[in-house]
Design a protein around this ligand. Structure first.
Ligand SMILES: [Zn+2]
Length: 284
């Protein structure tokens, strides 16, 4: 067991991080920890399903119409929370560092769109985004907000009772209620089943997107990991790639990560504290 870092050690690490980021050409790799301050419950890696539930797999979603139906019923309720989320100081600090010319690109494992809302540009959404749907029949990509309008029209009385909503906005809905939800299909092809445009467990990240991220890492002077425990290989492989190429890796995360042994700079502190301070030093 490792002792918690002392204040002096943490200050030393922050100085080392500041030096590294000051050199510029930084590529950010971010995870769920960056969005928890925005009230987004921690997502378990590549999934659009909230942690409390068994993560939806690609196989269940595509092969089990009833499982898919229940996913959409829960998502319909959970969408209120996602839609209402706002970027936090950490997202804004990344946007500020990018505006200062120090961050070249952002690769995110998050599907909430909050980097972009916080001012970041050129964001690669490794696991897709909840703001879009894709048709499993014709491949048409459409906006989630438009779908919500259609779903509200199709479900004028559907919704959880207040005592079924948890403090974080997640809803534990009984199966009978979920079955009463009315789902709609793709408008482009008539009735194709819709999937959120996110990468589920059991689904691979599109190859061209992975190649794009590898290329970004190869062109970086350093890789800055924010708020990810790196348990999912889809993100961890970029840390391995950077380390193999001798590109310095910095990790800021509350709690241990799988990449700690590969990190040149490691700060175990809340992002909401570290990132605004970093932006103040470098982009103020
Ligand atoms: Zn379609």
């Amino acid at each position: 067991m490792t002792a918690a870092p002392t204040t002096n050690q943490r200050a030393g690490s922050l100085d080392a991080l500041t030096e590294l980021i000051a050199d510029g050409e930084v590529v950010v790799l971010s995870g769920a920890g960056l969005s928890t301050d925005s009230g987004i419950p921690d997502y378990r890696g590549a999934t659009g399903s909230l942690r409390r539930h068994t993560p939806m797999t690609y196989q269940t979603f595509t092969r089990d119409p009833r499982g898919r139906h229940r996913y959409w019923a829960r998502s319909y309720v959970g969408w209120r929370q996602i839609r209402g989320a706002r970027p936090n100081d950490g997202h804004r600090a990344v946007g500020d560092l990018q505006a200062a010319g120090l961050v070249d690109a952002v690769i995110t494992q998050n599907v909430d769109g909050l980097h972009q809302a916080g001012g970041a540009t050129g964001v690669v959404e490794l696991h897709g985004g909840l703001d879009r749907t894709v048709c499993l029949n014709c491949g048409d990509v459409a906006g989630r907000a438009e779908l919500d309008v259609r779903l509200r029209a199709a479900n004028p009385t559907f919704g959880p009772r207040v005592d079924e909503v948890n403090p974080d906005g997640d809803a534990e809905l009984p199966d009978e209620l979920l079955d009463g939800f009315v789902m709609v299909g793709c408008l482009a092809c008539g009735d194709g089943p819709l999937k959120p445009d996110v990468v589920f467990f059991g689904e691979t990240v599109p190859r061209d997107r992975v190649e794009q991220c590898f290329a970004l890492v190869e062109g970086a002077a350093s890789l800055l990991v924010l708020g990810s425990s790196l348990t999912v290989m889809s993100g961890y492989r970029f840390v391995l790639h950077a380390a193999k190429l001798g590109i310095p890796v910095a990790i800021v995360n509350s709690g241990p990560t799988r990449g700690d042994a590969k990190a040149d700079v490691r700060i175990d502190s809340p992002l909401g504290v570290v990132l605004p301070e970093l932006a103040r030093r470098l982009a103020g």
